[in-house]
Design a protein around this ligand. Structure first.
Ligand SMILES: C[S@@+](CC[C@H](N)C(=O)[O-])C[C@H]1O[C@@H](n2cnc3c(N)ncnc32)[C@H](O)[C@@H]1O
Length: 237
């Protein structure tokens, strides 16, 4: 991820991981070819509930949804809400499409999800200010080297953008298992206390996964490796 300047959405020419991994399985490729065009966020224009879902509803936005399991869980839990997810990694998009499609008949398809295969900030810029009820940033790429700190998603430019897009009382959820990122993120968020209020009352609030916050694939791997995971909930002032 590149450093982000407001008004100059990042391009993905310096992605931390890969934009494409293993070849897609036949079924996944079919979903990319047929389902993705139907539920893709339009390439231009305002990204509103009306434009995406044809009616007004609370909007949720997930940045870098990985395999899409968190987004799908939340969308299933809140069928009257609209979910927008952005992810540049094609294999992740394909996995998310499998969830949206109903996980091979395990549940009905999710009609309240729209996907952008690409940079989250480009789409977030097109969401009207104050339109989001929830914004999720779960285990963003760590960029652990100090000289790459500007590439971290959690930086003043993106955080200002998050603040602009959330409605007052809207919630920003952030999770990480990376101690360097944790310190960096807390430092950044301390500069934004006029915009965000941290909801933690005590350590259990950031050391234990809150209810309604399903474990992501990445978090499960981190936990299996013995990493501690930290959970943050901020409300927009
Ligand atoms: C460490 S993974 C975590 C994935 C998922 N959130 C999870 O917890 O399992 C970070 C994800 O962020 C995605 N990412 C990186 N830059 C991004 C950007 N500019 N917009 C959207 N997603 C991005 C990566 O492709 C990757 O899937």
């Amino acid at each position: 991820m590149t450093a982000y300047k407001s008004g100059d959405p990042t391009t993905l020419n310096r992605l931390y991981g890969r934009a494409k991994g293993k070849p897609l399985r036949q079924g996944q490729q079919a979903l990319v070819d047929t389902l993705l065009p139907r539920i893709a966020v339009p390439a231009e224009g305002p990204v509103t509930a009306q434009a995406l879902f044809g009616h007004d509803c609370p909007l949720h936005f997930e940045i870098g949804f990985g395999g899409g399991e968190h987004m799908a869980y939340r969308a299933d839990l809140l069928p009257d809400h609209g979910f927008i997810g952005a992810e540049p990694f094609l294999n992740g998009v394909a996995q998310a499409l499998t969830h949206v499609d109903g996980d091979n008949g395990a549940h009905p398809p999710l009609g309240n999800v729209r996907i952008h295969h690409g940079d989250a900030l480009e789409v977030l810029e097109r969401v009207p200010d104050g339109a989001l009820s929830f914004l999720y940033l779960l285990h963003p790429d760590p960029w652990p080297k100090a000289r790459h700190a500007k590439r971290r998603m959690m930086n003043d430019g993106p955080v200002d953008l998050f603040a602009r897009k959330l409605k007052p009382g809207g919630e920003f959820r952030f999770g990480t298992d990376h101690p360097i990122y944790l310190r960096h993120a807390l430092m950044v968020m301390r500069r934004h206390t006029d915009q965000f209020r941290w909801l933690a009352q005590g350590p259990q609030d950031f050391q234990q996964r809150p209810s309604g916050w399903p474990e992501t694939r990445y978090a499960a791997k981190a936990r299996a490796q013995g990493h501690e995971i930290w959970y943050f909930r901020y409300t927009r002032n």
